[in-house]
Design a protein around this ligand. Structure first.
Ligand SMILES: Nc1nc2c(ncn2[C@@H]2O[C@H](COP(=O)(O)OP(=O)(O)OP(=O)(O)O)[C@@H](O)[C@H]2O)c(=O)[nH]1
Ligand SMILES: [Mg+2]
Length: 386
């Protein structure tokens, strides 16, 4: 990726701690020289755990931490004293982190949710002390379990960046050219169809302050849902993007028809894709004079925001980038509102619940205070709820 602070691949060597050994101690007291086995259990070895954290968006913090070793558990002691468990090491990672085995590259798991914890290397269990093994025939076992071994090996962590906007268009529409114009991504560009054979991502900067991620996927053609061209298999890469940018070139014979064909192919693949917000980009506008541009505007399907632009001359490109940013912000605001609402409802339920209990206990009915409490809390910022 363009930004050197953006690291989406790291290979780390992890080792979990060994379990502590169980003790085989035999107790001897002054007047009871054979007081019996009292060896305690060993403590658990530390595990290495990954935890999803939505505030992280890169694996940069793991780039210089190649070896991650958790400590061993302590051995058990006499007097059935349990050895101390070693601390787990918790590594925060961005959502969308995929973990693979470092040798075989086999997929192990993916961290998708905030707070989700997955064990990368499990610490060994502590061994049992000898007092577990006393029987009627063997009152003084000299045997105790060793601690279980920890695990070690290379793991690959890869970040599947979830793009904010996906590009949809026929081959040659100028998708890759647009991505290379507004981001530092360098996808292959050529005047033949199906130049792009795999998805590319680019980080688009908005006036140097904000950014969003755009995904360029191979072009689709009419009949793609029946397997024509490269088919629709790449559409899975835009399934999680909140916004889709349809690209139709200015020299298209019928812009509205092209748009409909693309829409139809998407719907065939997954009707839920049609619920996404859409924006239409008319590319290659350097080829159109004012008269053609006026004609294009008449052809544009109703109800979809559209932008005329040229990646060659950069005409209309900034407007397109700002337009995308504004639409993405609408989503962010809507999600925040939704979050506030949910928090308010659960708070209201909590307070109502408390009120019921209080009324029952003290038989005092004072709605006013609770209302005041509710409105006071409801004016707080969303972040204060948690
Ligand atoms: N005149 C003009 N040509 C453009 C513009 N943008 C792209 N092109 C040309 O259109 C052709 C296709 O561009 P690409 O960016 O490779 O198109 P694509 O949509 O990524 O194509 P596929 O990867 O095959 O799906 C290339 O020859 C580009 O040079 C533009 O703004 N103006
Ligand atoms: Mg391309």
């Amino acid at each position: 990726m363009a930004d050197s602070n953006f690291i989406d691949y790291v290979k780390i060597y992890v080792r979990s701690g060994h379990g502590g050994a169980g003790s085989a101690h035999l107790k001897r007291e002054k007047y009871r020289p054979k007081a019996g086995p009292d060896g305690g259990d060993g403590g658990k070895g530390g595990s290495v755990i990954l935890r999803g954290n939505k505030q992280y968006w890169t694996l940069l913090h793991l780039k210089y931490q190649k070896h991650i070793f958790a400590e061993d558990g302590e051995s058990g002691q006499k007097d059935t004293w349990h050895g101390k468990d070693a601390k787990d090491i918790i590594l925060d990672v961005p959502l969308g982190t995929v973990v693979r085995d470092g040798e075989t590259e086999e997929f192990l798991f993916e961290v998708t949710e905030h707070g989700q914890e997955v064990v990368l290397a499990k610490g060994g269990r502590g061994g049992l002390g000898n007092w577990h093994f006393r029987t009627s025939t063997n009152q003084a076992p000299r045997y105790s379990q060793p601690g279980e071994e920890g695990i070690e090996g290379w793991r690959i962590l890869e970040l599947k960046v979830l793009a904010d906007i996906g590009l949809v268009g026929f081959p040659n529409a100028g998708k890759s050219t647009l991505l290379s114009t507004i981001s530092a991504a360098k996808p292959k560009i050529a005047d033949y169809p199906f130049t792009t054979l795999e998805p590319h991502l680019g980080m688009v900067s908005v006036s140097g302050k904000f950014s969003f991620v755009m995904a360029d996927i191979p072009g689709i053609i009419e009949g793609a849902s029946e397997g024509k061209g490269l088919g629709l298999r790449f559409l899975r890469h835009i399934e999680r993007n909140p916004l889709l940018l349809f690209l139709v070139p200015a020299d298209s014979d019928d812009i509205a028809k092209d748009y409909e064909i693309l829409l139809n192919e998407l719907g065939q693949y997954n009707p839920e894709l049609l619920d996404k917000k859409r924006i239409l980009g008319i590319s290659k506008c350097d080829m159109a004079d004012d008269e053609i541009k006026a004609h294009i505007k008449e052809q544009v399907p109703e109800g979809i925001p559209y932008f005329l632009f040229s990646s060659y001359t950069r005409e209309g490109v900034n407007e397109l980038v700002y337009g995308i940013w504004e639409l993405l912000q609408e989503d962010v605001k809507a999600a925040e509102e939704e979050q506030k609402k949910t928090a308010f409802v659960s708070l209201e339920e909590t307070l109502n619940g408390n009120e019921a209990v209080e009324t029952e206990a003290s038989e005092v009915d004072d709605d006013k205070d609770d209302d005041t409490e509710l409105s006071r809390l409801s004016t707080k910022e969303n972040t204060d709820w948690f």
